[in-house]
Unconditional design. Sequence first.
Length: 407
Amino acid sequence: MERVFNFFKRNIQEIQEGGSAIFLVKAYQLLCRIVLLPIILLIRIARPIIIIRFGELMSGRIGHFAANTEMYLMERDAGMYPEKTIDFFCHGPASNQQLARMWKRKLPIFSFVGDLHWLNKHLPYGDKHCITLPSDRDLQGFFIRTKPYLSFTEEEERIGREALRRMGIPDNAPFVCFHARDNAYLNTTHPKNEWRYHNYRDSNIYTYLPAMDELTSRSYYALRMGAIVERRLITDNPKIIDYATRFRTDFMDIYLCAKCTFFIGSGVGLISIPMLFRKPLVCVNYIPLEYLISWHPNCITIFKKLWLREENRFMTFREIIESGAGRYLHNEDYENNGIELIENTPEEIIDAVSEMDDRLKGKYQPSEEDEDLQKLFWSLFEGSDLNHIFVSRVGANYLRHNKEIIL
């Protein structure tokens, strides 16, 4: 009864605040749901024969829109859902319209499903007809065993190639995408929310430039990514392109991440797009430690370091895991424990991207020491709710230069 009371109270408040426009929207929603009610009752009756389920994709943030949706498809195709089940989806405003179009080519996504989903949840026995999307963490090793679900149409391929030429990138020229998180996107798209707690993931885009200079000397173009960014990127290197402020579109966000030779970034949502297309990743300034992408076989990661102010030293990776700091997700967690976050140096980023380029070209030869350090690092991890498959690598030079903080 309390739930019903709160429902009516909330809707009355919204109508009082929004006036006649909101009233008409609410009236239309109510009419739609009354018309759709018999469908929900028929679905209940048909359950012994076929189970029809409804779900809402996490479309508001590009990382979840990409990764959680793909995890659903991988679990579905692995036979993890009940037999004789048909699933339908809806979603709210999309963080990327091109990604929404591409998912619609793979999944039955309809706007009216939103009302069916709402009715189903608010009527008895709706649980069996609800889709709970999985986590974005691949604990089963599906990523290694599957190919990309998404692809571009011939027309989209043509549009993408033309856009690359307009940016000054010749046909078939290799390019990388790079991205550093800042506050601009969330503060602009969700201004009413307080996002400061995410700041621990930020990094300075200018510390990436020496690494991009190195890659352009190796014949790459380098494109700075980002939907909304705090500042323009100023460089005199003509092969480093500030795509985020000069050319950015929803379509090209997806196309570039799908076509780049590899992607350089940190643990933010956009990195899920190159992952969808099985592109190699170089993860820099990565944090928290235990949220690393461990299941990607062509991923190199280097981490922010955690400096203990009172003890005047860095935490070891073992200490980070055992103390719980490897799962800190708020600025306050670090501040309250006297931890200062130290970003990767330009030299560390150069080493990581150079290693990836050398590996992709078959030039990289790890030493016995390198392999021993990799084993030592990964020995700190056990299967958990965050990681169960361990096939990625930590930057070789990063481990060599930080042996003292592994254990």
